[in-house]
Every structure is written in C-alpha cells, then in structure tokens.
Design a protein around this ligand. Structure first.
Ligand SMILES: C[S@@+](CC[C@H](N)C(=O)[O-])C[C@H]1O[C@@H](n2cnc3c(N)ncnc32)[C@H](O)[C@@H]1O
Length: 198
C-alpha cells in the first residue's frame, strides 16, 4: 500500500536517515553479531527499500556480491541515488516478485509488512526467494503501534490483517521461518526480528 504524503515525508528526511543509520541498522547488525551470522560478500535483498538509503548502508556494511532493492512507489524510486556497481533497484510488489526461487543469503525488510494488505503473502514471497538457511531481518510495529500512528499521525495502513506479536510469530513459523532472536526498539510495540528459513 502506498505511503500517504505525511508518511512519505516522515520516511525521507535527514533525521530519519540518521535514525536509520544509528539505531535501526545497528540493531540489525547486533542481531547478526549475536548469532555469529556473517553476510559479508553475500547476495542480499532490501525489500521495499523506499528511497534507497538502506541500500547505501548495506553496501557499506557488507560489500555484498550483489545487492537488490525494490519498492512499489515510483515516487520513492525517483529518490534512489545511482546505485553502486553490484547494486540493482527495480519497481516491484512484495507479494509477487519477478525473481527466481532461493537466490538470497539475506533479506532486510525495514518497516514493510504492516503496509501490505495481505502481509502473509508478502512474507511467503520473501521466504520463496530466500535460500534455505538464509536469514530475514524484519523491523515491524505491531497492531497497537499501527493504530497509534494512524490515529495521531494520520498515516494510512491496511485495516485488516494487523497483527499482535504471538499471532505474527505463529504465522511466520507456519510460513517456514525459525525465530533466532528478537529485540524491542524503544518499546515492545516496535520490534526487530532475526529469522532463518528452514
Ligand atoms: C514505511 S516505508 C519504509 C521504506 C524503507 N524501507 C525505509 O525504511 O525507509 C514502507 C515502504 O513500503 C513500500 N510498499 C508498500 N507496499 C508495497 C508492496 N506491496 N510492495 C513493495 N513495496 C511496498 C512503500 O512504497 C514504502 O516505501
């Protein structure tokens, strides 16, 4: 689901980029370090990478063999800087990616599933393109957080399929992910997860 104007501006500004670099991305790196997982030089996907700032962070941190990023909004695509040599950006829908099965060692998804009408279809698609044993890093708000941002910031989100953590974890396990760890970001309404495809 497209971002409304307000959320588009909230996602794309200097302080958000700083926050992404110093807080969100560090949390992902700590989760990997904690489980001794090395994604250096691997094939990575940045799902719904928005304006692509996270592509830069991933390039710098992991020097991937190949890095792919996609987003559904052409307005976001216009903001993506010229990617590095092994980085590729395309317009795409997380629920039906024009990608082969089992090609990525690692997938990063910063705040995307709560934007998808059928988030399970999105998670299934990430599972499909991940190699067996590959890892998925997700940052997500749960149902109360989504309702808070809708009520007080007027962000638009799909009304159905909002999840609480037990429901989210159960569905992810049913899709075929094993939870390796999770951590809260400020409060438990916002979590970062590390999953492995089994
Ligand atoms: C909250 S933003 C996060 C963007 C980026 N990951 C970041 O952290 O700045 C959610 C993103 O998901 C994208 N999006 C929404 N529905 C999508 C879909 N079905 N397929 C791909 N991207 C989608 C939006 O265009 C938006 O860029």
């Amino acid at each position: 689901m497209r971002l409304n104007r307000l959320e588009f501006l909230a996602m794309n500004n200097g302080p958000r980029r700083l926050h992404m670099r110093l807080v969100e991305f560090r949390i992902f790196k700590n989760l990997l370090r904690r489980k001794n997982i090395c994604l250096h030089g691997k094939i990575l996907l940045d799902a719904a990478c928005g304006s692509g700032y996270s592509l830069k962070l991933l390039e710098k941190a992991f020097q991937p063999e190949r890095l792919f990023g996609f987003d559904i909004m052409p307005e976001q695509a216009k903001l993506v800087d010229r990617p590095a040599k092994n980085t590729y950006f395309f317009l795409g829908d997380i629920t039906r990616l024009a990608l082969a099965d089992a090609i990525f060692d690692g997938i990063f998804a910063f705040g995307i599933l709560h934007h998808i009408d059928d988030w399970i279809a999105g998670a299934q698609e990430l599972h499909r393109v991940l190699k067996p044993g590959g890892v998925l890093l997700i940052e997500e708000p749960n149902r109360p957080a989504v309702e808070f941002f809708h009520r007080y910031f007027r962000f638009d989100f799909p009304k159905k399929n909002r999840f609480d953590w037990p429901d989210f974890e159960l569905k992810m396990a049913q899709i075929g992910f094993k939870k390796l760890h999770h951590t809260k970001i400020y409060c438990d309404c916002l979590r970062a997860y590390l999953w492995r495809k089994i």
